[in-house]
Ligand binder design. Sequence first.
Ligand code: UT7
Length: 328
Amino acid sequence: MKLIPVGVLGAGKYVPDRILTNKELETMVDTNDEWIVSRTGIKERRIAADHQATSDLCLEAAQIALTNAGITADQLDLIIVATVTPDMPFPSTACILQEKMGAKKAAAFDLSAACSGFIYGLANASNFIATGTYQYALVIGADCLSRITDYTDRNTCILFGDGAGAVVIGAVPEGRGFRSFELGADGTGGPLLKLEGGGSRNPASPATLDSRLHYIYMAGAEVFKFAVRIMGNAADEALRKAGMEKEDIDLLIPHQANIRIIQSSLSKLHLNEDKCMINLDKYGNMSAASIPVALAEAAEQGRVKEGDKLVLVGFGGGLTWGASVLVW
Ligand code: UT7
């Protein structure tokens, strides 16, 4: 069977207006701007308004992606929303979004792979298009991490922000589009990064609230070590599968968790910072939204041109990781 080349037809991003600065965090927990900037690279992050849930962020990003792709919602065959902060356990955020957009013929589901979710979503959706099952898919990475962040825990609350990034994918000319995907998981690392409350193991109760189980728990230093190892390895593997070398990379689009993790990936890939999209100073870590927001922003800023070779790479809870080589 001959596979159809699949690529990005249009991208879009949305971040809420409200800015939470390091200075403001100094009034909430025992921290300071100098520590946060030097240990993470983050200066500020965006926080969703009370009336906004993940699907609202998705809608804003999706509308821009559709416009940039030159198609309308009713042409979509598939919607995948990668998120760990769905509007509610069910219906899926993708179904809620489908209704808001009027994407009547689209199949829709959510995907849970934490910060790697957008790349997992791209890999899934691109297979449907490569095989001719579907023509157009909307893949979104979106999270409202502020809703599951403990603002009394200085180890985590300084890191996270809210946002959504969306792409429409479809057939592209031969030689362009996604050239490889590398996905992985290591469930033994699950306890390092988790939210235990509210699921079937620990249904929501006064006791789960008292134990703060509805907030993110993270063993930061262990996750850091895993990230430093896996980012370079995953990118290398995606390049190998695409038949490309490190020197071929025009732009690296990494998960925006910590500037020190990004710098270590750059040194492993022998790349300078000017070949890397970095926006965590403005948005912090937005989980599944980080990579697609960075991709949409790179496109907006004219940092990618036709034929450029991009490497997307991320890691996250699960533990999971994902990388992809994309010819723009
Ligand atoms: O999306 C994927 C999920 N997450 C990540 O990628 C996060 C990966 N991990 C990290 O980015 C880093 O581990 C952190 C930024 C979370 C922490 O940085 P670190 O350099 O690993 O610091 P640490 O946890 O080893 O803590 C060093 C010190 C500790 O004090 P003592 O024990 O040495 O006295 C912490 O209590 O820094 C202290 N500390 C803080 N101080 C000021 C921890 N958080 C803060 C803070 N402000 N916000």
